[in-house]
Write a protein that binds this ligand. Sequence first.
Ligand code: NDP
Ligand code: 2IT
Length: 455
Amino acid sequence: MAVATQAHSTSKMFDEFMNEVISGNPNEPEFHQAVREVAESVMPFIEAHPVYWKERILQRIVEPEQVVMFRVAWVDDSGAVRVNRGYRIQMNSALGPYKGGLRFHPTVNLSILKFLAFEQVFKNSLTGLPLGAGKGGSNFDPKGKSDREVMHFCQSFMTELYRHVGPMTDVPAGDIGVGTREIGYMFGQYKRIRKEFSGVLTGKGLGWGGSHIRPEATGYGNVYFVEQMLLRRGDGLGGKIVTVSGSGNVAQYTVEKLIERGAKCVTLSDSGGFIYDPDGLNEEKLEFVKWLKNEKRGRIAEYAEKFGCQYYAGKRPWAIPCHIAMPSATQNELDGEDAQQLVRNGCYCVSEGANMPCTPEAIDVFRQAKILFGPGKAANAGGVAVSGLEMSQNAGHTVWTREQVDRQLQAIMKSVHDTCCLYGTKSDGWVDYVDGANIGGFVRVANAMLAQGVV
Ligand code: NDP
Ligand code: 2IT
């Protein structure tokens, strides 16, 4: 189905809706940004199907079902008392239990978590799995903290959060600053308080309820999504030069799959700067990155020292010529000028591993140039999809093999891609994946909300 939609709709309905969102949620710029992008795609669809407007579906979707904010007090290694703020945004339960990650980073605030929870609604819908949407976290900074300090923080965090979550209610997972270590400490505390070994969190260790491929899922999934976009043009990944940002969970497994597919990844970054390795990463270099970031918890600059390549302090990798760019660090890390430079340098595919890494100006540049642009809510849906598979395994008291999970992940990414094409193909055959993901994600959750009445 080719849906005739126009980017940047400025209809009366759109303006009325956005004005309400902005005045009702002041000082939340990231939330406004995420809502505006979806509303631009979805409003023409709503205007063509007025029941969604009459039943105030989008107006209900932007209102979290519940927001929990709480004090997290803990004691550091020196015996000093520390205080952080914890959050859980329970955004939408029309499709299943609330589902989405926890982020521990000093920049965390209500606006950032609401934008992430809002994106999650559409992303989780696109997976086709029974997953509602949520997000949470804290302004706690794990950097420079000992394992013991991280444990004390996680225990204090879960001592409040346990009241609000559960395998049929809300199932958190990892995000920036939350990996298997943090999930382990939180799982241990939940089990201790509730006396219950259950699938209350995903991203658990393989030996204690975790799923094969969950650590790999977001990065692998994004590469599978890129393959689908390329395949539609009879193209593939072999020999392609790829720039990746970040060097955490998503970036590492993006690179792993790219190497396997014969592409050459030439950059990685962290909050200090980026490395440029014109020879490309290989398995040995990637093993070093995993050790450096996951065990030593060091800086990406050390890669440049070890392998004798260039490190650019305080810079982002988007000026490096590439065929494909995969931003995989954080929101708004690729702006309009970066986008222009990428397109000028011949980049023809950008796929978001991170959530909202491209600014609205950057997305405008990509859409105007009609390059392949995979928005995060579609391209990085593999992570939450395998979390959904982890929930199924936990509920069935079973463990699937690596091959079984990987096959399902590939099938889900193909289906997410097909949904984008269904709702995003324009009259000239070009696929607007932004419209496709937003409308495709909206339809499933909106119809569930219509069926479930005014709640
Ligand atoms: P990690 O904590 O494992 O890694 C985050 C990486 O991003 C690190 O390299 C970090 O650098 C860098 N980074 C964080 N903040 C900034 C910043 N302000 N400026 C520059 N670099 C920064 O997180 P993930 O890899 O899990 O998450 C990366 C992105 O992917 C996030 O947007 C997340 O929401 C998204 N995502 C994650 C999923 C998952 O399953 N984990 C699923 C879907 C999306 P440093 O080491 O210096 O902090
Ligand atoms: O942004 C995301 O989709 C995640 N951080 C993963 C969420 C999850 O529940 O696995």
